[in-house]
Design a protein around this ligand. Structure first.
Ligand code: SAM
Ligand code: SF4
Length: 335
């Protein structure tokens, strides 16, 4: 086995370089979005989730192994106590190019300024509708107004880039896509539309009944806007189109209709410290066990991470018509 100090890059069996880590820092959330969670959820006990120190230690190991981008996500990352200190510490890791965040926006009004100061450059904010009633129906507990204030504040403090993420479900919010793009244009921000993935058991709908493909969304948009293809990549699975005459790019994340696995460059750390090699498979390594059995042993941790590349699957296989084979929810996984 190669020594970690000689290896600066993580490369899997299919020749893909992994340089992007997504970290779920909590499985908890102040929302209960219908595609992500059931109404009643049992969350992990505190002792089972990684401490902020452990998250920082693992992030450091990945940075030493060539990871350039870390996304903090969840659950809702901004509900975790001490989250700002975590951002400040990870923001100081020299070799990282980017520290980014995915949030539901509910706490952004208070935290945007401090996040920017901690070194967060880009943020993704989830927004599935601009209709307050539908917003409540989709998030179950969310307040649209708070999120809109959060978006305004994020714009004001001047992140390099802000992107909205919208999961589109037929008959719930598929008629909203034009309004969402207009909102993105008015605010000079980007937006990605995401096809719902069958992760975890949910209780509000059958996933196959609400499937609304990226192609349908795109043709809905093309009735109103001219979309020009771009080669832009932001390190994730989105394929981007520019809305002619505007600064806004529209992205499509299409796990069903356009498999993006061949260019996969990322792995995920779950809230309980499992390194998950693929969103749509269960191949994982328990990094929490490794660091708790070998406190402070960075070389050991790096060796385990390098070895884990051998089990990164080639691709995900999602089937909307079957019971979910992936029982973990997106919130525990780190979307
Ligand atoms: N709470 C934060 C938020 O909502 O942005 C971060 C975590 S959330 C799990 C990350 C992203 O995953 C969100 O954009 C959300 O819309 C998306 N998501 C959640 N469940 C999903 C599912 N089943 N299929 C596709 N996207 C999903
Ligand atoms: Fe919470 Fe984000 Fe899941 Fe919605 S998508 S329930 S905001 S973790």
């Amino acid at each position: 086995m190669s020594s970690p100090s000689q290896t600066t890059q993580l490369i899997d069996r299919f020749g893909r370089t992994v340089d992007y880590l997504r970290v779920s820092i909590t499985d908890r959330c102040d929302f209960r979005c219908v595609y992500c969670m059931s109404e009643e959820m049992t969350f992990l006990p505190r002792a089972q989730i990684l401490t902020l120190e452990e998250i920082h230690f693992i992030s450091q190991a990945f940075a030493e192994l060539g990871v350039k981008k870390i996304r903090i996500t969840g659950g809702e990352p901004l509900v975790r106590k001490g989250v700002l200190e975590l951002f400040q510490k990870i923001g100081k890791i020299d070799s990282l190019d980017e520290l980014v965040l995915t949030t539901n926006g509910s706490k952004l009004q208070e935290l945007a300024e401090s996040l920017k100061q901690a070194g967060v450059k880009r943020i993704n904010i989830s927004l599935d509708t601009l209709d307050a009633v539908k917003f409540k129906q989709i998030t179950r507990t969310g307040d649209l107004n708070k999120v809109l204030k959060g978006i305004r504040q994020a714009k004001k403090v001047g992140f390099e880039r802000i992107k909205l993420n919208a999961v589109i479900l037929k008959n719930r919010n598929h008629l909203e896509v034009v309004d969402l793009v207009k909102f993105a244009i008015d605010n000079a921000i980007d937006i990605s539309f995401i096809e719902e993935m069958p992760l975890g058991v949910i209780d509000s709908h059958k996933r196959e009944e609400v499937y609304y493909s990226s192609d349908l969304i795109k043709s809905d948009l093309e009735k109103q806007f001219e979309l020009k293809s771009t080669l832009d990549k932001t390190g994730g699975p989105s394929v981007y189109w520019n809305v002619t005459g505007t600064e806004t790019r529209v992205g499509f994340i299409s796990p069903h209709s356009a498999n993006f696995c061949s260019t996969c460059n990322r792995v995920r750390l779950t809230a309980e410290g499992r390194l998950l090699l693929c969103l749509g498979n269960e191949h994982s390594v328990d990094l929490k066990r490794v660091i708790r059995a070998n406190p402070g042993d960075m070389e050991k941790l790096k060796r385990v991470i390098i070895e884990s590349m051998k089990i990164k699957p080639e691709k995900h296989e999602f089937n909307l018509n079957e019971q979910p084979i992936i029982l973990r929810h997106m919130s525990a996984t780190g979307g």
